[in-house]
Ligand binder design. Sequence first.
Ligand SMILES: C[S@@+](CC[C@H](N)C(=O)[O-])C[C@H]1O[C@@H](n2cnc3c(N)ncnc32)[C@H](O)[C@@H]1O
Length: 261
Amino acid sequence: MDLGFRGEVTDFYHRYRRGYPPAVVDTLVNAFSLDHDDVVLDVGCGTGQLTLPLSKHVGVAIGLDPEADMLTRARAAANEDGARNVTWSLGSDEDLTTLHSLLAPRGFAGITIAQAAHWMDHDALFRSCVPTLRPGGGLAVVTNGKPLWQHDTAWSRALYDVLSTWLGTPPRATCGTDDDSQARYRESLGSAGFTVRTAHIEYSDELTLEHVIGSVYSAFGANSLPAPDRRPVFEEMVRTALEPHRPFNEPVRVGLVIGTR
Ligand SMILES: C[S@@+](CC[C@H](N)C(=O)[O-])C[C@H]1O[C@@H](n2cnc3c(N)ncnc32)[C@H](O)[C@@H]1O
C-alpha cells in the first residue's frame, strides 16, 4: 500500500502536524474507563500523535499503520519519549481482527482512529471492531480540526487561493472534518450497535509561517510534494499571499465521535 505518507512527507508530518491536547486524551480515558491493565489500538497511527499520549494511561498501546516510514518515525518518537509500553504494527484496518486474536484475546479497551477514518471503509471497520472490544470499551473517531486552508480567516483564504493556483484545482478534501462525514461516522457507529456520543475540544493557536508551510507540505502525498528546487517558488507565493494577514491564528476544533459497547 502506498498512500504517499513516506520519505520527506513523514518528516513534515511528524514535525508540523498537531498532536492532541490532554483534554482529548482525558476524554478517551474517561469514555472507556481506561486503566493500566488495558490494551488500546490506534488504527492509522501515523507517527504516534495519539498513540503516545494515550499509552501513558494504559498497559499497552498498539499503533497500526500501513506506511513503514510513519511507523519508523513513530518508533523513534516513542524512544525519545521513553515510552516502553507501545508496539507498532505494519498493516491496515483489515488486520484488526487478526491483531485482536494475537494480542488482546480479552479485548481491546479502546480503538482510536485519529484523522484517518476517511482513508477506510468505516462501515466495515466499525462492525469488525465490535467483537474485539472488552465490555465498557469502545471506539473513537477523532478529527484534528479542519485543514489549514479551510478556515474562515483572511490568511486561510489566501492559502486556499495559493494552493488552488499551485495545484490547478481547489483543494477540496475535508479529511472527515465536515458535518456530513461526522454524521456518517455517528450513523455508522449506531448501526454497528454502539451507543454514540460526541465531544469537541476547541482552542486557538498562532502559527509561524514556517509551520503553515510545513503543515501544507505534510498534506501533500510523496508524489505531489513540490520538488526541493521548486519549494522556494512555492514558499515565496505563500509568504507574499499570507504576510498581509498576520497573525496566523488557527481555531482548532478537535472532534470525537465516541461509540461505547
Ligand atoms: C492523516 S494520517 C493520521 C495520523 C495520526 N493518527 C494523526 O492523528 O495525526 C493518516 C494515517 O492513516 C494511515 N492509513 C491510511 N489508510 C489506512 C488503513 N486502511 N488502515 C490503517 N491506517 C491507514 C496512513 O498511512 C496515515 O499514517
